[in-house]
Structures are given as C-alpha cells and as structure tokens.
Design a protein around this ligand. Structure first.
Ligand code: MF3
Ligand code: CO
Length: 253
C-alpha cells in the first residue's frame, strides 16, 4: 500500500529533508584531498544531532555509520573508514535524517581535488538524470515514466543504470512502497503504480560509466561496479502534488 501523506506528515518530512540537504552541503564542503571518509561521516553525524534530528541510517539493518560514502568504482553503501581521499576521487555521499519520526533521504557525488573531464561529465549527467525524472514526477503519471526518463538520459550519454538497487517511497520508514527503478523492465513483471498527490518518493539515479553489472563486497555492504569503472549517485526526496513536485531535501544555504 502506497501511503499519501497528510499535511502534518509533509511538514515533518520538509524539516527532515532540510536537515538532510544541509548535511549534504556540509559533506560536500569536506570532500577534500587528505580527508578520511570517517571524518566526513562524523561531521554529518554531529550536524544532524545539532539540528535536533537523528541519522536515519545509523543502526538501520545494523549499518554502522550515519552516511554512506562511496568512492570511484563504489556505487553505494560504502562504510566510512580511514580511507584518505586523493585528488581526482569522486565521492558519493548518501544521507538519511529522521525528524519527528519522518525521513529525508538524499545523496550527491562530489570531487576531491582535480577531477578529470570524464568524471565531471558522469557526475553532471547523473544529476541531470534526476532532473529529467523530476519533470515526469506528476500526479497521473506512472512510476515507469520516472524510470524511463532516468534510463534514457543515462544511456543517451553512453552510461548504464544500476538495476539491483532502486529509488523508493519514503516516509516514516526509509524504504516504503513503491520501488522507483532507474530502468524500465520489458516485458514488465511488476506493478507500475500511478503517482498521486501526497506520495513522497526518493528518486536516485545510480549511474555507471561502464557496464551495469555490480557486486557486493565481502563486508556485505559496499556495492561496486564489476568492471571497476566509476559510478555516480544523485538523490532527493520529493513530494508529488497536483502540479509541480516539491523537492523536500532542499536547503537554502
Ligand atoms: N540511502 C539508501 C537508499 O536510498 C539507504 C541506505 S541504508 C544504509 O536506499 F543502511 F546503508 F544506510
Ligand atoms: Co534512498
């Protein structure tokens, strides 16, 4: 069952989203040569607590940190560590915040030091995939309209989309129905729900420079590209309305 949120729930999600986006901005400013991913995670954690909220990922299925910080060929879910960033690293940071029982979930990929043009293009196109999908995020459209927009924009640019992980509904839980895939399944095997006002979903393109194939490392968390090529991630939690969608993980500063 896909829940449509009340005005009160949406207000909580806006608060959670604003804090998540603030943490993402802060994290981006800390993606520098020599920084450890653990130090960035600690800053994210402390910022979230300072805002009177809680990190949604910490303890979720025993996840041990407040963010996922995935470098280069790591796609998602890498655990912050003593790894020091070097110039040219592309760093995907995924953050979840709980405020008043509701969640904001967002991610972005940043560069440490000097990035190659190819890395910058991957990051830009991944972000564009989100905005192409956002144009389709309207009451009356279907989830597959979002999926198609992401897939087409990625593939048109010579990239591939990860299939094993998807965007998702979000609310009082991190993952709620519906699944929001970044590709269209042909022939379609699963339901393709219609978007309705009051639905809150996370749209999160995970885009690979090379092939779509991924594997999960021995730590049972880190998702990595099979061919070792770079991957980028961009995510916002949004609210479906009767007209334009609202980005809930937005922050003015
Ligand atoms: N942010 C991820 C998502 O959007 C969830 C991460 S769960 C964690 O689906 F346990 F890895 F933190
Ligand atoms: Co998410």
């Amino acid at each position: 069952m896909i829940k449509r949120k009340s005005a009160r729930e949406i207000d909580f999600m806006r608060q959670a989203g604003r804090i998540a986006a603030g943490a993402r901005n802060l994290a981006g400013s800390l993606v520098n040569v020599g920084a450890t991913t653990k130090s960035i995670d600690k800053a994210i954690h402390d910022y979230i607590i300072s805002q009177g909220a809680k990190p949604a990922f910490l303890g979720y299925r025993d996840y041990p940190a407040s963010s996922c910080i995935s470098v280069n060929e790591e796609v998602i879910h890498a655990i912050p560590s003593a790894r020091r960033l070097v110039s040219g690293d592309i760093v995907s940071i995924d953050i979840g915040v709980v405020k008043c029982g509701y969640i904001g979930d967002c991610a972005a990929t940043f560069v440490a030091g000097q990035a190659t043009e190819e890395a910058k293009r991957l990051i830009r196109v991944t972000r564009e995939c989100f905005y192409e999908a956002l144009k389709k995020a309207k009451a009356g459209n279907r989830v597959s309209d979002i999926s198609r927009a992401v897939q087409q924009h990625a593939e048109k640019n010579g990239y591939s989309v990860v299939r094993e992980y998807t965007g998702h509904g979000v609310g009082s839980k991190i993952h709620e129905p519906p699944e929001v895939p970044n590709f269209v399944e042909v022939p379609r095997k699963k339901a393709d729900p219609r978007l309705m006002s009051g639905m809150t979903i996370a749209i999160e393109p995970m885009i690979n420079e090379g092939g779509a194939a991924i594997f999960v490392k021995e730590d049972d968390w880190t998702v990595t590209t099979a061919d070792g090529k770079n991957s980028a991630h961009y995510e916002n939690t949004i609210l479906i309305t009767e007209d334009e969608p609202e980005i809930l993980t937005a922050c003015e500063d």
